[in-house]
Design a protein around this ligand. Structure first.
Ligand code: TNX
Length: 528
């Protein structure tokens, strides 16, 4: 059975015809177009995975291993089709399109796409269907569906802050597993900030011997960081799940940990934000940071770097007393500290773009003049929708991660008392799901410059994996559906029906989650 997707356009046309199916496909994120059939496919020991194209072998292995972990069945992988086989087919067509089709009947399962990303997405849909199917000695009987699906957004991200709290490889891999399970495809890794610098840089060893000590709750905690080998391991693990890893080296603010290690590049700070900034008035700072970016680029194949750029004003007042900065202001005709900040951002973005293809920045940088084709702005200040509009008007690509609802350090239930709230408001599961509807601002979320959405897990209030999981689950599922499923196909009540089954999977996997059906059952995990 051969299944053709000529291109994304035709698929999107079909998808829009299928706004309301009677029988909901029990997959999260909900596929955009599907129909149920009366057939049942039985996976048993005679099932094999068929690939004609040998470059699909690692995808077949991923499928085989996952099914084995559910029901103990191990399949052969080969290039000959027998009955009761699962076929993975890469078909000709648009090589940038993530669309896939999954067609099932009692004799065969066929997953096809023009890209490996699309095939992976199709595999994930099949895995979710398999995981909830009845398994016994005779095999696993799966209800058959025909699915034609493609993502709403290209960028479906999750950010983890490991400067405030270091979790380590095991937790990161668990997060990557669940991201893959929900078709999330960008892992933004916040590796530097005030408490700790978490990335080994061989040229500047004190960044980790000194900069990696301490965390948000204990400034004397022993150094914890990722070595080159650790990063390579995580990047490969993510790549096997079609997840791109993007590091963030935050500058010129949030630089406190680096400044402990190399105080000669500190631009000072104020009050509780002492030594918060890098020094924009010293030539050496630019060389130092460019060297760091160059070394970092060797570890991350994504060719994207996030340079932060947020909240610089928390510490930049000290620049007023720095002779180097004052001289720079005179020389470059910079009228105020904001102008110095933008000068720094423009200059570092310029250096970064000699090494990377894309520079990513928080929404403060919408005020800078950066090359629009190679800059991505992360809109995070939900109380400043004008920053989103400014970024779009200037022609930047944008990822939307407004604090509410996408900051997962915000509480999710009115009864939660640790974690953040904003004037009483917080990031409930429903708000994550409803985005971009029912928000206090209106945005043009269909603008082509919008690449997608991302949740950010900041960890000032998180010390244990238990709390991290509590904040992430099940909001990660709502995030995934917001990122993948077209708004007209979404329905919160129906989502909850599908989610209910998946809570059991979290439990079986030992994940501590928030239970929206009975919040008392899994009380808030508090780290104090
Ligand atoms: C703002 S978002 C920050 C982070 C904090 C977070 C806490 C951003 C770009 N900066 O440094 O961790 O709020 O919610």
């Amino acid at each position: 059975m051969k299944n053709k997707i000529s291109d994304c356009f035709i698929l999107i046309f079909f998808i829009s015809l299928n706004a309301f199916a009677q029988n909901e496909c029990p997959v999260i994120p909900l596929p955009n177009n599907y129909e149920s059939t009366a057939d049942i496919f039985v996976l048993n020991k005679n099932t094999s995975i068929v690939i004609i194209d040998s470059s699909l072998h690692s995808l077949a292995v991923y499928l085989r291993q996952s099914i084995e972990s559910y029901n103990g069945l191990t399949f052969k992988i080969g290039d000959k089709g027998k009955s009761r086989s699962i076929f993975l087919e890469k078909i000709d067509g648009d090589s940038s399109c993530e669309a896939y089709s999954l067609n099932m009947n009692q004799k065969s399962i066929v997953i096809s796409s023009t890209t490996k990303e699309g095939l992976f997405d199709g595999i994930i849909s099949l895995l979710q269907l398999t995981k909830q199917s009845h398994a016994d000695k005779a095999g696993t009987a799966i209800n058959c569906w025909n699915i034609q699906d493609t993502a709403k957004y290209k960028w479906r991200g999750l950010m983890l802050d490991e400067s405030r709290q270091f979790f380590g490889k095991k937790t990161v891999k668990t997060i990557l597993d669940w991201m893959a399970f929900y078709k999330l495809n960008r892992f933004h890794w916040h590796l530097t900030d005030e408490p700790g610098w978490r990335l080994q840089i061989k040229q500047y060893p004190r960044l980790t011997t000194i900069g990696a000590t301490g965390n948000h709750s204990n400034p004397n905690a022993p150094a914890e960081y990722y070595t080159d080998a650790d990063i390579e391991e995580i990047v490969q693990y993510a790549a096997a799940r079609y997840i791109t890893v993007i590091p963030e080296i935050d500058m010129p603010g949030h630089a406190t940990a680096a400044n402990r290690a190399y105080p000669e590049f500190s631009g000072g700070g104020t009050g509780k934000y002492a030594n918060f900034t890098f020094n924009p008035g010293k030539e050496g700072t630019y060389t130092y940071l460019t060297n760091i970016l160059r070394e970092t680029s060797k570890l991350f194949p994504s060719r994207m770097i996030h340079l932060g750029g947020d909240e610089v004003s928390f510490g930049s007042q000290s620049w007023n007393d720095d002779p180097g900065v004052l001289e720079l202001m005179k020389k470059e005709n910079l009228p105020d500290l904001k102008a110095v900040e933008l000068y720094f951002i423009n200059r570092m973005a310029d250096s970064a773009l000699k090494i990377y293809n894309k520079v990513l920045l928080w929404d403060e940088a919408a005020d800078a003049s950066l090359p629009v084709d190679s800059t991505i702005i992360f809109w995070w200040r939900h109380d400043k929708p004008e920053q989103l509009n400014k970024a779009l008007q200037k022609g930047y690509h944008v990822v939307m991660c407004p604090r509410i609802p996408f900051y997962f350090d915000f509480v999710q239930d009115s009864s939660d008392h640790d974690g953040r709230k904003w004037q009483g408001d917080f990031s409930s599961l429903e708000k994550v799901y409803d985005f971009p509807n029912n928000q206090p601002y209106t945005i043009n979320a269909t603008n082509d410059l919008i690449l997608g959405v991302q949740a950010d897990l900041w960890t000032e209030t998180v010390r244990t994996t238990k709390r991290l999981e509590y904040l992430l689950f099940p909001r990660i599922a709502a995030l995934a559906e917001t990122a993948w499923t077209n708004t007209y196909n979404k329905n919160y009540d129906q989502f909850l029906v599908r989610l209910k089954k998946q809570l059991l999977w979290y439990k079986a996997a030992g994940i501590y989650y928030y239970d929206p059906f009975d919040p008392q059952k899994t009380p808030e995990a508090i780290d104090k």
